[in-house]
Design a protein around this ligand. Structure first.
Ligand code: FAD
Length: 469
């Protein structure tokens, strides 16, 4: 510890990467300063990402299920209606409680929090505080955790009212009559699902030939069919050339890559969900000698060190996968490294979840990746329509797929489309972390009747021994 400096660690950014790094450093006995621009801690995730989107996904699912699905369970609701302001209040309450919870944790750990914008200067951080004035802070270790921001499209001006990013789509004051979503990634599908469930006509436009690029192919194809059954229109290989607002209407010009002809779509709202870019504007990376890759993400090594000594980077700003739990894992490992312990993240076992209904969850390698790398593997599949719990709840869509190395039987990847897939996947994450074989997974007792039994059956299926199919 260096008492002549202002702190032992300065963290720029108070999102899942930054706030977890700050807490972990304080737990290790370090003096910590965390600089965050937003009034509330928690970053994108808590303020305009994971939490508000999951709050709305849950609320909208309750509404949709009570309208479309509960009748078959004998639950008849007369005069069901939507109170959108109440739904939005519930979302805001979840955000407020969780962000103020981080304030409490900062106080508990005696972390100094400065509200303002941090900028790197050589060996220091300069902060322009939100209440005016600047301050120079010196510390031996600086952790950059400034996250990411939505990518904008050229010539499509965002007003966050009619032409929105995910931030605007989380706070619309009314159900859009027709929402066009540009981008068939997880953010577009989640927010498209929210508004479709609440009564909006939703059209999702995806430039490539599939939804959820990068995830398991079979899973993306089945999800598309399910979402279409739920009322979403999906158009693949469809590129947006331009969009403009004409009063209450948005006109979207398409260049259909298939036939190359131009077409226009009219809608009431347009959501741009084409990906996220690193938040590094005004951070002074170049002056500080910090290298970035071709997409602008900060280059780091396995210990999260940037090209400038004493400066580390974690979370979204340090590259994909852009996930809150990956940012938190890196935060812990980075601080452990600074504290002289061993910090390590197993990037092969980071789950990714899409919170549509049914949910999509993946960990490890996809079949496409294994094939591209010439790995010989076995695949075991089990459909939810053969799962007894699925029969009870009526959740019959989807499947579990487990991929195992042909020679060693080690689990290389798992892909689930099904009810609560985001919870079920953790059994496979644990199995992979502990180096389990598919044989071991298939011998593990699974409570009956649960959705997790589909995991055991998929493991059995990898050796041609599934019981219930
Ligand atoms: P951020 O959360 O972006 O935090 C960075 C913080 O740094 C921000 O608060 C920013 O204001 C601040 N900052 C930036 N520059 C400066 C500066 N110069 N000075 C001071 N402060 C600065 N991930 C999941 O894992 N699960 C999900 O369900 C999920 N859902 C999502 C839904 C949506 C709609 C969106 C947009 C994202 C979602 N994500 C989800 C992604 C997740 O939000 C990010 O991966 C996560 O927030 C990254 O954490 P971070 O700490 O790296 O960055």
């Amino acid at each position: 510890m260096n008492q002549s400096s202002d702190a032992d660690v300065v963290v720029i950014g108070g999102g899942p990467g930054g706030y977890v790094a700050a807490i972990r450093a304080a737990q290790a006995g370090m003096r910590v300063i965390c600089i965050e621009d937003r009034p509330a801690l928690g970053g994108t995730c808590l303020n305009v990402g994971c939490i508000p989107s999951k709050a709305l996904l849950n609320s909208s699912r309750y509404f949709w299920e009570s309208k479309e699905r509960w009748g078959r369970h004998g639950i008849v609701i007369e005069g069901l209606s939507l109170d959108l302001p109440a739904m939005m209040r519930q979302k805001s309450e979840a955000v407020r409680t969780l962000t103020s919870g981080i304030d409490h944790l900062f106080r508990k750990h005696k972390i100094e929090r400065i509200q303002g914008r941090g900028r790197l200067t050589v060996g220091r951080v300069a902060v322009s505080a939100s209440e005016g004035g600047t301050r120079d802070i010196e510390a031996p270790s600086i952790v950059v955790a400034t996250g990411s921001a939505p990518i904008a499209l050229k010539d499509i001006p965002i007003d966050e009212q009619r032409i929105v990013t995910s931030t605007g789509a989380l706070a619309l004051p009314e159900v859009p009559e027709h929402l066009v979503v540009i981008g068939g990634g997880y953010i577009g599908l989640e927010l498209g699902s929210v508004w479709a469930r609440l009564g909006s006509r939703v059209t999702c436009l995806e430039m490539t030939d599939r939804l959820l690029p990068g995830m398991d192919h079979e899973l993306a194809t089945q999800l598309q069919r399910i979402l279409e059954k739920q009322g979403l229109t999906v158009r693949l290989q469809t590129k947006v050339a331009a969009a403009r607002r004409l009063g209450e209407t948005i006109e979207v010009s398409l260049a259909s890559s298939g036939e190359g002809r131009l077409e226009t779509l009219q809608c009431s709202h347009l959501l741009i969900a084409v990906g996220r870019r690193p938040s590094t504007d005004g951070l002074g990376l170049e002056q500080a000698g910090i290298d970035v890759d071709e997409h602008g993400f900060i280059k780091i090594d396995r210990q999260f060190r940037t090209t400038t000594e004493g400066v580390f980077a974690i979370g979204d700003v340090a590259g994909p996968p852009l996930l809150a739990h990956k940012a938190m894992d890196e935060a812990v490992a980075c601080i452990d490294g600074i504290a002289g312990r061993t910090g390590y993240v197993n990037y092969d076992a980071i789950p990714a979840v899409v919170y549509t209904w049914p949910e999509v969850a993946s960990v490890g390698r996809t079949e496409d990746e294994l094939q591209a790398n010439g790995v010989t593997y076995r695949a075991g599949r089990f459909p939810y329509r053969a799962n007894s719990r699925g029969r009870c709840t009526g959740d019959l869509d989807g499947f579990v797929k487990v991929l195992a190395d042909e020679k060693t039987d080690l689990i290389l990847g798992a892909h689930i489309l099904g009810p609560d897939a985001g919870t079920t996947i953790h059994e496979l994450v644990a199995a992979m972390e502990f180096g389990a074989s598919v044989e071991e997974l298939s011998r593990m007792s699974h409570a009956h009747p649960t959705v997790n039994e589909a995991v055991r059956e998929a493991a059995l299926a990898a050796h041609g021994r599934a019981i219930h199919i």
